[in-house]
Design a protein around this ligand. Structure first.
Ligand code: TRH
Length: 386
């Protein structure tokens, strides 16, 4: 395992990109943070460099081994690759129960002492997670134990990913109106739009975007919707009357829609910080919206048999920054409402509550920070084996 001179510990993080950008988005944040804040030599094994490049333009898609931000990035292509005990890191993390190469597992069993082996699970607010967090799972045939590690919303879980400098960066950025304006102006946002209700829109294609756009067009206050290229393309194209490429824009009634390029991960944070309301999805943008301390509506990743509705309701129950109208919007956005939602009426009520919800979001964000950050909680757990 490759260690820099001063480093005493190594960690291998295995990431399979199941879909979209969240898998690599989360793993990339975690890898960087462990390297930078815990001084651990991190190797990130990832099977899809093209998805990685979308959120991190420094990635070379044709390179099997590269160093980015001091993290060793390896293209994980071959499940049958050969490994020996000397290749094994002190801490091994598989993300979302991805199957790490069998030879790596055999090599782990040959190590003395054994590495700490974790399965980093997906985020859910469901209560059962508290009972499963850090549970051991002995290997059926080898003398090896894997431990479950769950992110979550309270101190009975691993908490949420947050870099130590993020909060200060956010506060500085949000208190600097000129910086926010300069950031949004690069996407064509005008000073008049700057004074409108600014909304970022990141969702899955099945969201009822057309209904929301209609409500926004009829809104009494101006709304500027910033949507990354490739998101909600059909509805956005219909609204624009042209191809939804980066730079395209149109205004109908109170609503201006602007298509943004898909931006690098640190800029996506700035987008969330700059907007008054964020529509986010999946896991990573959902967490980042909470750190932005602004109101957000979550489009949860759809699962078979509407399993995701259970997860959505579990979150809405624990999230303290909700009102009747924000809950109605969330349920309607996820097709989880028992009755049809009147988008115009609900939006208008929600919009007038936004200042109050923003204060509630600031409190929620503080509450989440009290749980500690996921990377530190994970290392503290690993330290118990030392
Ligand atoms: O992209 P997602 O839908 O990803 C995931 C995965 O699909 C995964 O398989 C699934 O398990 C999970 O959802 C629940 O949504 P997410 O998690 O929000 O990830 C998006 C990432 O893309 C996040 O790191 C932020 C980043 N991003 C940018 O860097 N630039 C952008 O312009 C945008 C819109 C996002």
């Amino acid at each position: 395992m490759y260690l820099k001179k001063h480093q005493t510990r190594s960690l291998a993080l295995f990431c399979k990109v199941v879909d979209n950008y969240g898998d690599i988005g989360i793993c990339w944040r975690l890898a960087k943070q462990l390297q930078q804040e815990h001084d651990i030599a991190v190797t990130l094994w990832v099977d899809d460099l093209a998805s990685f490049k979308r959120i991190c333009p420094e990635v070379a898609v044709d390179c099997d081994l590269q160093e980015i931000a001091d993290v060793l990035v390896r293209h994980w292509q071959n499940q049958d690759a050969i490994f020996t005990a000397s290749d094994v890191a002190d801490i091994v993390i598989e993300f979302f129960a991805c199957d790490i190469p069998p030879a790596y597992i055999v090599a782990m069993a040959e190590c003395t002492p054994r590495p700490v082996w974790l399965n980093l699970e997906g985020l859910t607010a469901e209560e059962w997670v508290e009972g499963c967090h850090t549970l051991p799972s002995p290997h059926p045939t080898m003398s090896l134990t894997k431990y479950f590690f769950f992110p979550g919303f309270n101190n009975k879980t691993g908490g949420l990913l947050i870099e130590s400098a993020l909060e200060q960066q956010r506060q500085e950025f949000q208190s600097d109106h000129a910086a926010m304006y300069a950031f949004l102006a690069q996407f064509g946002v005008t000073s008049i739009e700057m004074a409108s209700t600014k909304v970022s829109l990141f969702c899955y294609p099945q969201a009822p975007i057309a209904s929301l756009f209609e409500a926004w067009q009829d809104s009494t206050a101006a709304i500027t919707c910033l949507v990354p290229e490739g998101v909600a393309t059909d509805a956005v194209e219909l609204f624009l009357g042209q191809s939804p490429v980066a730079g395209a824009m149109a205004r109908h009634g109170s609503l201006t829609v602007r298509v943004l390029p898909f931006i690098p991960q640190p800029d996506y944070d700035k987008l969330l910080w700059s907007c008054d309301l964020n529509f986010v999805r999946g896991e990573d943008s959902f967490v980042r919206a909470q750190w932005a301390a602004k109101p957000f509506i979550w489009h949860i990743y759809p699962q078979d048999e509407n399993l995701h509705h259970k997860k959505l309701n579990a979150f809405l129950e624990c999230h303290t920054a909700t009102t009747e109208n924000s809950t109605a919007l969330s349920l309607g956005w996820n097709a989880a409402a028992k009755e049809n939602i009147n988008w115009q009426r609900t939006w208008s009520a929600f919009q007038s509550e936004m200042p109050q919800i923003t204060l509630m979001c600031i409190n929620w964000q503080r509450q989440m920070m009290e749980n500690g950050d996921l990377a530190s909680n994970l290392i503290t757990f690993c330290d118990t084996f030392r």
